[in-house]
Design a binder for this molecule. Structure first.
Ligand code: FES
Ligand code: FE2
Length: 416
């Protein structure tokens, strides 16, 4: 699949299954998306409170590390030594005012400068680097970084707009809503899912599945398509927000929506309902807020849990889902305990989220040997123009993702 590839539908209601299993597509993503004019999520500001604090992260499949500098700034580098390329930082997180490579002990400061080369002048007057070797020219490969409300992003591109403009004014108010007070980290999950990374983006942009795949969601009233809900996007349609609030739901609508479907079980009760005995942090009755920032970040709220989910490709048919789970700095112990109880909703074995990983696996298996022309049908909510929706019975945000993706990949689109 090269630049002459023609996407089969101008309104993005068809997605060729090849994009989930073609090595050439995967290689092109590495160049066009992850080295191209897009911002990739790195970490949260709060993870780097002191000079020398660092975390390992990824831009696409490129491993990077992000560190707090001596001056209080944040810098990100490709995690590869300037000498012969060894992985430099080997822990997921830590603190160090300099980084020394394990292989030949070259040492770098927090600005990525090369500050030490053992035996640079040789040993016993022999060998070593020549006089022309200039340490100042051999620092670590540095990324451009920018932040919005404590979310740090990096890019290899000089061309992409500042982060706030990239996210755009339709989406930033949702970030402002959650980050309206200082946060604290409650924990991390890491999860390997045997599916192409884009299948997860499809999943979290898809309100249609959420009321059908997830029995827990539906039965215990965290998410039902009969709730008040909407989907909206930025002007490129690549970022999106799905939002539900338990407002205006009538039991008769629920009964009708689920007649003949066994995912709403009015007869089910929790033996221990303490997971729901958690006071919400916001009084807007939002039960779900799922935001995606193109290409591979999800930020969300499920009940009273708050998480960042970073979708990290690991080859063509696998990704790591890296969850950063947070609460608020000023909340009391009871509130934090409540969030930790509700963390059972999400994460690798969560009552809800477990099923999303499995859905990706099923699609990967199901489509792996389909013909090159075969496509999925992404038509809930209708065809034609891509725009915001005031219903949850829609797949329009997936179409927005594919539109942005196809543009990023530089492919042609079939005329209508
Ligand atoms: S590869 Fe890092 S010091 Fe040689
Ligand atoms: Fe889901």
């Amino acid at each position: 699949m090269n630049s002459s590839f023609e996407w089969p539908s101008a309104d993005f209601t068809r997605v060729p299954y090849r994009v989930f299993r073609d090595e050439k597509v995967h290689a092109r993503e590495a160049e066009r998306l992850f080295k191209g004019p897009f911002w990739s999520y790195l970490c949260l500001d709060i993870e780097l409170p002191a000079a020398g604090d660092y975390v390992m992260s990824y831009v696409g499949e490129t491993q990077v590390f992000v560190t707090r500098t001596e001056e209080g700034g944040v810098a990100a580098f490709v995690n590869s030594c300037a000498h012969r390329g060894a992985q430099l930082v080997r822990n997921l997180r830590g603190n160090s005012l300099s980084h020394t490579c394990a292989y030949h002990q070259w040492c770098f400061d927090l600005e990525g400068r090369l500050i030490g080369v053992p035996q640079q002048r040789g040993v016993k007057g022999k060998g070593g680097m020549g006089p022309e070797f200039d340490r100042d020219r051999h620092g670590l490969k540095r990324l451009r970084v920018d932040s919005y409300k404590g979310l740090w992003f990096g890019t290899f591109s000089d061309d992409v707009a500042p982060l706030a403009d990239y996210i755009g004014p339709r989406i930033t108010p949702e970030i402002d809503r959650i980050f309206d007070r200082p946060i604290k980290i409650l924990g991390y999950y890491r999860q390997r899912i045997p599916a192409n990374w884009k299948l997860y983006l499809e999943n979290v942009k898809d309100p249609y599945h959420a009321g059908l795949l997830h029995l827990f969601h539906v039965t215990f009233g965290i998410y039902r398509p009969t709730m008040s809900g909407r989907v909206f996007m930025d002007e490129t349609n690549g970022h999106s927000v799905l939002r539900t609030a338990d407002i205006g739901e009538r039991q008769s609508d629920v009964n009708e929506a689920y007649s003949g479907i066994d995912k709403y079980r009015a007869d089910y009760r929790l033996a221990d309902a303490s997971m729901f005995d958690v006071a919400p942090d916001y009084d807007d009755r939002v039960t779900n807020m799922i935001m995606t920032i193109f290409p591979n970040l999800m930020l969300g709220q499920v009940a009273n849990t708050f998480q960042v989910r970073h979708v990290r490709p690991k080859g063509l048919k696998e990704f790591e889902l890296y969850w950063t789970y947070f609460g608020f700095a000023d909340e009391d112990e009871t509130a934090t305990e409540g969030k930790l109880r509700q963390s059972n909703f999400v994460g690798p074995a969560g009552y809800i989220s477990l099923e999303d990983g499995e859905a990706g696996r099923l699609v990967q298996i199901g489509t792996d040997r389909r013909s090159d022309e075969d496509c999925s049908i992404v038509e809930m909510g209708g065809r034609g123009e891509i725009g915001d929706a005031d219903t949850l019975a829609t797949e329009v945000a997936l179409r927005g993702f594919w539109k942005r993706y196809v543009g990023a990949m530089g492919w042609d689109v079939a005329p209508c």
